[in-house]
Ligand binder design. Structure first.
Ligand SMILES: [Zn+2]
Ligand SMILES: [Zn+2]
Ligand SMILES: [Zn+2]
Ligand SMILES: [Zn+2]
Ligand SMILES: [Zn+2]
Ligand SMILES: [Zn+2]
Ligand SMILES: [Zn+2]
Ligand SMILES: [Zn+2]
Length: 415
């Protein structure tokens, strides 16, 4: 029987299958003395009960490990004596300071299937005749299905009967479902663009990490042949480690940034579906912005977070420049600067991670990516553009924000 046996008068723990909770258990020494073979079971039982009660200790998910760990600070990262590291809350690989929910969601988004379904949502319409998804040809309203059916994207009328141009459906403004579809598609496109942009930033960071790891390995080998002792070079390897840690955290910061509440003033016109950068009246149809769409003020927390992120980027890129294409002995001569930068990296990690883990930003890290991003992503060339420009500013691109079409006839009928 694994239960703690109670010595209190009148208490009979065996009446309950949950054991006894009156806490007047037999002292541990008694167990050790009389039933030493049961002590292991007793420990497990106590741990279980404690975990059920307090919820702040968890069993290490490491292979064959029976140890229990207690969370002692704000960090969700657990390091077991067996060497296994994991997240306190979800018991999967550690991902602090990214909350479990956002970490799982971000991983899910990278999934081929989910990316495809978002793309289908953003760029296709099922054929009204055979239901096969047809890719929308950017701004052009003319849809042609593989089944041969041709129709207008907005009014869904057979093309031979629409009697309107490729870019202007006069019925569009009156068709609530078409407008809704347009808004949904634009939203899906923005979400897709935002994910891809962050994913690319993370790829760049991962490349940096790989490059630095390779360099560290190479220098470790080189150092063996040097006449000077390891102690002279130690600061270099310690600085690379600080750099690597900072870069790893920057990957996490990208995920957090993806979910961070936006601060821009952009809004989508309910009348014509145009995405306005700011202002109270639609730039396209001059309709007034709905009260519910109104946003106020600048987002100081977002600015703080971005400033901290920028500090990390500055410190790490400076340090990389001190290592990249350099000889080991050149770095040795640059000791003072390397140490200053490595310290800046360390400061950046501890400060930002601490701030996030202590909950300073919790209210601003949303469950879903904020639809209002700080810019828009060109569908054609993937560049992030400012909301102040309605066409892509990438040289030679000139695509519109909504359809990714150069000199778009739908966004600007006067063209
Ligand atoms: Zn009892
Ligand atoms: Zn363990
Ligand atoms: Zn977790
Ligand atoms: Zn069809
Ligand atoms: Zn039409
Ligand atoms: Zn409008
Ligand atoms: Zn572009
Ligand atoms: Zn357009």
């Amino acid at each position: 029987c694994p239960y703690v046996v109670c010595t209190k008068k009148g208490c009979n723990p065996h009446k309950s299958d949950k054991g006894c909770f009156c806490e007047e258990a037999i002292p541990r020494e008694m167990y050790e003395k009389f039933v030493p073979d049961k002590i292991d079971k007793l420990d497990k039982y106590i741990a279980w009960m404690y975990a059920l009660d307090k919820g702040d200790i968890v069993k290490c998910p490491g292979k064959d490990c029976e140890l229990w760990l207690k969370q002692t600070d704000n960090s969700t990262r657990a390091t077991c004596l067996c060497g296994h590291t994991f997240c306190f809350y979800c018991q999967k690989e550690p991902h602090n300071p990214v909350p479990c929910k956002q970490w799982e969601d971000f991983k899910d988004r990278g999934n081929e299937k989910n990316l495809e379904s978002l793309w289908l949502k953003s760029s296709t319409l099922p054929c009204p005749k055979c239901r096969a998804p047809i890719e929308k040809n950017r701004a052009c309203l003319h849809m042609t299905c593989i089944c041969g059916h041709e129709f207008c994207w907005a009014c869904k009328i057979t093309w031979s009967k629409v009697g309107h141009s490729y870019y202007n459906c006069p019925k569009f403004k009156k068709l609530e479902d078409a407008k809704q579809r347009d808004i949904e598609q634009q939203k899906a496109l923005r979400e897709l663009g935002k994910y891809k942009w962050y994913e690319r930033q993370m790829e760049i960071t991962k490349d940096d990490i790989k490059e630095m790891k390779d360099l560290k390995e190479k220098w470790e080998v080189e150092m063996q042949a040097k006449t000077k002792s390891y102690r002279d070079y130690a600061f270099i390897f310690e600085s690379i480690d600080a750099l690597l840690l900072a870069k790893e955290q920057m990957l996490n910061m990208s995920i957090i940034a993806f979910y961070f509440q936006g601060k821009n003033m952009s809004w989508t016109c309910k009348k014509c579906t145009f995405r306005n950068p700011s202002g109270e009246h639609c730039q396209m149809c001059s309709a007034k912005q709905a009260k519910s769409d109104r946003k106020t003020g600048v987002h100081s927390k977002k600015e703080m977070f971005e400033l901290q992120q920028k500090m990390g980027v500055d410190a790490t890129s400076k340090l990389i420049k001190m290592f990249e294409k350099k000889k080991l002995d050149d770095v040795l001569k640059n000791k003072k600067n390397v140490l200053t930068c490595a310290n800046a990296c360390r400061k950046f990690i501890t400060q930002l991670v601490e701030d996030i883990e202590s909950g300073a930003y919790t209210a601003y890290i949303l469950d879903r990516p904020d639809d209002s991003v700080s810019g828009w992503f060109c569908i054609r060339c993937d560049k992030m553009n400012k909301f102040s420009s309605t066409v892509c500013t990438s040289p030679g691109c000139d695509s519109c924000q909504v359809h990714g079409e150069p000199a778009c006839l739908r966004c600007n009928p006067k063209n």
